[in-house]
Design a protein around this ligand. Structure first.
Ligand code: PMV
Length: 305
């Protein structure tokens, strides 16, 4: 009997550089130790998805059809079953993880394995079904895990970091639903109206990414925290933060974080903090009713599949 065709992918956290990464600046991100697995089984009629986290809606149907086409399969006669501990819709890359895992599972069902650049190119296209015009950073984290510097491009420039120590992080999730697409489009309109101002802010973000990259490689958590704080101030100047994000960032700093900032699209959503005792910080935020994840993120990029 043939083994079941499976694909796996990770969740992600953007450490530094979101939004500016869309405009060609570098960003720093890491895979999270959260896993989404897709398995292909026999089914009747058009291919469909079974998942307790993702609706089998028109976008998911398109994802399956385009992933199947990319590996030369007819989108009929199979079911894709998804098991996931990546929370959906909160800025930790659930759509990219779904795209990468489904693509890998269908490639396995077709008896193929895509080379890395092809896999990332297709996965970025699949992710754009959910998010308009993404930079492509999420599928890289979902596919490779580890901690890496990213510059968009075709193909993107991906530099895995060699970390002295895993980075102790807490990710806290805001309660208000938010839209990455709306935050990206709003910033685009402001940039169109006042390019020199926004280009200068993107350059300042790039400098925090370089400082934070050096700090992460050296295991200098205090300097990484300062880079988080500087990046948060720039995200506020870019207009992609929100009062509840700033309140949560202030609360995290008061409860022992060395630095904290929004992560992902912003305008609400998740905050990432670096803390020497992440469990204590998570407990303090949890006592305020916040949902949190503690993650010691990656020593080196590795295949999540
Ligand atoms: O909200 P998320 O987790 O999808 O992250 C969006 C990150 C942006 O830089 C704002 C957009 C992008 O595609 O890079």
């Amino acid at each position: 009997m043939k083994p079941p065709a499976r694909g796996r992918a990770a969740g992600k956290v953007i450490l530094l550089g979101e939004h500016a990464v869309v405009y060609g600046r570098p960003a720093l991100a890491a895979g999270l130790p959260l896993c989404l697995e897709a398995e292909v089984g026999a089914g009747e009629g058009p291919a469909r998805l079974e998942s307790d986290r993702h609706a089998d809606d028109a976008r998911v149907a398109r994802l399956i059809a385009e992933a199947a086409a990319a590996v030369g399969l007819e989108p009929r006669g199979f079911v894709v079953r998804v098991r996931s501990d990546v929370p959906a819709g909160v800025g930790v890359g659930s759509s990219a993880a779904l795209a990468v895992a489904v693509l890998r599972a269908l490639a396995a069902a077709a008896g193929r394995r895509l080379v890395r650049d092809d896999e990332l190119e297709v996965a970025t296209r699949l992710e754009s079904i959910f998010h308009g015009h993404p930079s492509g950073i999420d599928p890289v984290a979902a596919a490779l895990g580890g901690c890496f510097r990213f510059v968009r491009g075709a193909p993107p420039t991906i530099t895995p970091l060699r970390l002295a120590v895993p980075l102790p992080l807490v990710i806290a999730f805001g309660a208000r639903p938010r839209s990455t697409g709306a935050a990206v489009m709003g910033l685009r309109a402001r940039w169109e109206a006042e390019r020199p101002r926004y280009e200068a802010l993107f350059d300042a973000v790039a400098a925090t990414v370089e400082d934070g990259t050096r700090a992460a490689e050296a295991g200098d958590l205090a300097a990484l925290g300062r880079a988080f704080d500087q990046n948060q101030a720039l995200l506020e100047a870019l207009g992609v933060s929100a009062p509840e994000v700033e309140a949560l960032v202030a609360r995290a700093r008061a409860a022992g974080a060395l630095g904290a900032k929004l992560t992902g699209g912003g305008a609400g959503g998740a905050v990432v903090a670096v803390a020497p005792e992440p469990e204590r910080l998570a407990a303090a935020l949890g006592a305020d009713g916040m949902r949190t994840i503690v993650a010691q993120v990656g020593a080196a990029a590795e295949e999540a599949a």
